[in-house]
Design a protein around this ligand. Structure first.
Ligand code: ZN
Length: 287
C-alpha cells in the first residue's frame, strides 16, 4: 500500500508524518526549527526509521520558496529573516536520501490544496485559502490545480485602501510598509494596540478596522479569481467574531456585483490541526 512522507515546516516547529493516500496518519513526530542542517538531518533520520521506502514525500514549507520551474535553486528557501535558512536547499537532501519523488509547496499553498480536496472546498471547484497570522498569505486552487506564476503568489502583499482612521500607521511589512500584511497581520495589530486581536474587545475600533481591511481584500480577490470558496485561516482569524465581520465588510465593498455572496463564499477552515500535514500529503499526491 502506498505510504507517504509528510513534512510541515514552520518557523518554530517542523512536523513529520506518515500517511496513506486517504490521509490516515499512522506516525508523527515534532522537531524544533533550528538550523537547516539539524532539522533536515533529524527528519531524514526519523523517516529512515519510520518509513524507509516512501511512495513520495510532500513538503509544505514556510517561504518564500523558489518554485520557478527549471530554476537551478528550485526547492530552496529564498531570502528570509529566519537565521541560517536563506538559500537552504529543502528538497535536495530528501531526494538524495530516498528513492522517491519529493514535492514542495508553500505552507499556504499546501493548505489550499488540502482544503480544496478534503476540507471547506470539497466539491466546489475553486478555492482561495488565505491565512492571516504572523504573516498574510494566500493560495488559489482551480479544478485541483494551484495557481503559479513565476513562482508562488504573494497575496498577502496586495495593496488595500487605507481605513479613514488609520492614516498615521506606517504598516509593518519590511518591504512595502502598508500592504495587506503590513496593515492586518498579527504583528500589525500588536504594533498599533499592544495586544492580539482576540484580546481586544469586539467593540474596540481596532477590531472593526481589521475586519474592514480583510473585507476589502476579500472583495479584491473575488474580482480577480471569483472563487467558489474563500477560506480564512490563521491566528488572527481565531478571533471568534472576526469571520462574520469580514463577510459583512466584503459584501458592502462588493456592492452585490459578484456572483458569489460573501455570506456563503467566505468560510472558516474545514480541516483541524492536521491541515498542515494534509497539505503536505496533497503536495505528495500531486507528484
Ligand atoms: Zn508587503
Amino acid at each position: 500500500m502506498a505510504q507517504y512522507g509528510l513534512i510541515e515546516a514552520g518557523g518554530t516547529k517542523v512536523l513529520l508524518g506518515v500517511s496513506d493516500a486517504a490521509g490516515a496518519i499512522s506516525a508523527r513526530h515534532r522537531i524544533a526549527t533550528t538550523t537547516p542542517e539539524e532539522v533536515i538531518g533529524a527528519a531524514i533520520g526519523w523517516f529512515h526509521e519510520n518509513l524507509p521506502h516512501p511512495t513520495a514525500i510532500g513538503i509544505a514549507s514556510f517561504g518564500p520558496l523558489d518554485l520557478s520551474p527549471g530554476s537551478e535553486t528550485w526547492g530552496h528557501i529564498r531570502h528570509t529573516t529566519k537565521l541560517g535558512w536563506s538559500g537552504a536547499d529543502v528538497v535536495g537532501p530528501f531526494s538524495r536520501a530516498f528513492a522517491c519523488p519529493v514535492g514542495i509547496e508553500t505552507d499556504v499553498n499546501g493548505a489550499a490544496l488540502a482544503e480544496a480536496r478534503w476540507g471547506a472546498g470539497a466539491g466546489s471547484g475553486s478555492l482561495l485559502y488565505l491565512t492571516i497570522g504572523t504573516g498574510v498569505g494566500g493560495g488559489f486552487v482551480s479544478d485541483g490545480r494551484l495557481l503559479h506564476g513565476l513562482s508562488h503568489p504573494e497575496m498577502g502583499h496586495i495593496r488595500v485602501p487605507r481605513h479613514a482612521d488609520d492614516a498615521q500607521f506606517a504598516g509593518v511589512c519590511p518591504f512595502h510598509g502598508d500592504c495587506l500584511e503590513g496593515l492586518a497581520s498579527g504583528p500589525a495589530v500588536i504594533a498599533r494596540w499592544g495586544c492580539s486581536l482576540s484580546e481586544l474587545p469586539q467593540e474596540h475600533a481596532g477590531a472593526a478596522m481589521i475586519g474592514w481591511y480583510l473585507g476589502q481584500a476579500v472583495c479584491s480577490f473575488q474580482a480577480v479569481m471569483d472563487p467558489a470558496r474563500i477560506v480564512l485561516g490563521g491566528g488572527v482569524m481565531a478571533t471568534p467574531w472576526l469571520l462574520d465581520m469580514v463577510k459583512a465588510e466584503a459584501a458592502t465593498a462588493g456592492g452585490g456585483y459578484f456572483v458569489g455572496d460573501p455570506a456563503a463564499v467566505v468560510v472558516g477552515p474545514g480541516l483541524g490541526s492536521d491541515s498542515g500535514l494534509l497539505g503536505a500529503l496533497a503536495v505528495a499526491l500531486a507528484l
